[in-house]
Design a protein around this ligand. Structure first.
Ligand SMILES: [Ca+2]
Length: 454
């Protein structure tokens, strides 16, 4: 072979090599695009904690792990849940407002009976994602089916795996424990865990690590920081006596567990392709502080402070983070947003009330892609707000910038207010009447103004 022909040969050889290299590069790019199209999703929802216990929102109590998440993500100033557990959970699972799904009040199915959340009627976001190939797990509290009577309920609702406190089941006193000696069911097997929240967090760390090669969904409705309040593994040797200090101890421990889960995800190399959403299911059950002022106890409250919850999203594939957003979010938005994140269309025939906040995460400023009101409901009480004003079905109307405690009439000098009120009233008026109760026992349950929640 002459030098020339050798050169020629290497040119010919190098073509397919270059082609292969190019192809390998574009395949890798395509794979990473596909991965970005289907990020892992971790939805963390604390039980009974508003913004008044989260330091990055201006609370006195320190939550370093949540603050770190906010620094790496987008922290939303204005997100609304429902005032209490059950309506919030069914709303986020179904993507529908309470007037549409009918679970308008709190109701513990394991304790009080009834058919629970009907998988023939409702398709949860978890089921949609699982059917699209996501590995799915739930850790925490369910309470909207009786798992002793419907042991496969969580599978029907879309979860491959579970590690949950079953909720206090009628006639089975040991099931009432969720913390120390907690009654925890892991993939159908019941056991007494030394400390329930640790057991669940460890399970989720294991799940995320195991499923690192598959897109996964973790729905984490945490046990903490709900009552009964006592000690955690961090303060058991020096037990706090005051209820507010016990609650504060729970917040500290919750923050630590969140930090451990996120650290495990990051250690597994999943940070860039995992969306972490952190929020709460209703206002705090112990009054905290916000921006140096005492804040009203929120849980069950028929006011902004009952439903105005922390909402933080770390989504490196969508946002560089380190941002605070005034865009409005309510709990129906989670369903459509998670589908949007997974590059999926809304299933045909589904009625969903939410708006995806993916455009907001991307930092878009098109107002037509965003909400200009958010909504919440408990029983037959309905409320709606925009960035400044709140209006409820009892006719109360307040300026939340000037009057966050909702104590004063809006000033007649505020020329913008009447138009805003009229707009909010029109939206409230357009909503339909409440759907029928989901099952007869629910309908028969007493309609207490503030039901004691277990
Ligand atoms: Ca709650």
């Amino acid at each position: 072979m002459t030098l020339t022909s050798h050169r020629l040969a290497s040119v010919f050889l190098s073509v397919p090599l270059a082609y292969l290299l190019l192809r390998a590069t574009s395949l890798a790019a395509a794979e990473s695009l596909a991965a970005a199209d289907r990020p892992n999703i971790i939805l963390i929802m604390v039980d009974d904690m508003g913004r008044d216990w989260v330091s990055c929102y201006g609370a006195k109590h320190a939550t370093p792990n949540i603050d770190r998440l906010a620094a790496q993500g987008v922290r939303y100033e204005t997100a609304w849940s429902m005032p209490i557990c059950t309506p919030t959970r069914v709303t986020l699972l179904t993507g529908q407002y309470p007037f549409r799904h009918g679970w308008t009040r709190h109701y513990d199915v394991p304790r009080r009976g009834g058919g629970g959340l009907n998988w023939n009627r409702f398709t949860t976001f978890a089921r949609v994602l699982r059917d699209a190939g996501y590995a799915t797990a739930i850790g925490g509290k369910w309470q909207i089916n009786d798992l002793s009577k419907q042991p496969d309920a969580l599978k029907h609702h879309g979860f491959d795996e579970h590690c949950v406190w079953t909720g206090a089941e009628a006639g089975r006193p040991t099931t009432g424990q969720r913390y120390w000696d907690g009654h925890i069911m892991t993939n159908g097997r019941r056991e007494t865990a030394r400390y329930g929240p640790d057991k669940i967090n460890d399970f989720l760390v294991d799940f995320a690590t195991r499923e690192r090669e598959t897109p996964f969904l973790i729905y984490y409705p945490m046990l903490l920081v709900h009552g009964p309040h006592s000690t955690t593994p961090l303060n058991r040797d020096d037990p706090p006596k005051e209820k507010s200090n016990q609650y504060a101890g729970y917040v500290t421990y919750m923050d630590r567990l969140v930090g451990q889960l996120i650290a495990a995800v990051d250690r597994a190399g999943l940070k860039d392709n995992t969306v972490v959403i952190f929020t709460g299911d209703n206002g705090s059950s112990a009054a905290g502080q916000l921006l140096g002022e005492p804040y009203p106890k929120g849980k069950g409250g028929r006011a902004d402070w009952g439903v105005h919850v922390p909402f933080i999203v770390r989504a490196p594939s969508l946002s560089r983070g380190g941002r605070v957003s005034r865009d409005l979010i309510d709990f129906t938005d989670l369903y459509v947003t998670m589908l949007d994140m997974a590059s999926m269309d809304v299933p045909a025939g589904a009625t969903l009330d939410g708006v995806s906040f993916v455009p907001s995460l991307r930092g878009g400023d098109d107002p037509f892609e965003k909400r200009n009101w958010i909504y919440s409901q408990i029983g037959d009480f309905r409320m709606i707000r925009d960035w400044h004003h709140i209006l409820d079905s009892a006719g109360n109307f307040h300026d939340l910038d000037k009057d966050p405690r909702q104590e004063r009439e809006v000033s007649p000098l505020d020329k913008m207010a009447p138009g805003r009120r009229q707009r909010l009233q029109m939206i409230l008026d357009r909503f339909p009447a409440d759907a029928e109760a989901p099952f007869p026992e629910f309908a028969a349950a007493p309609k207490q103004r503030r039901q004691k929640e277990k």
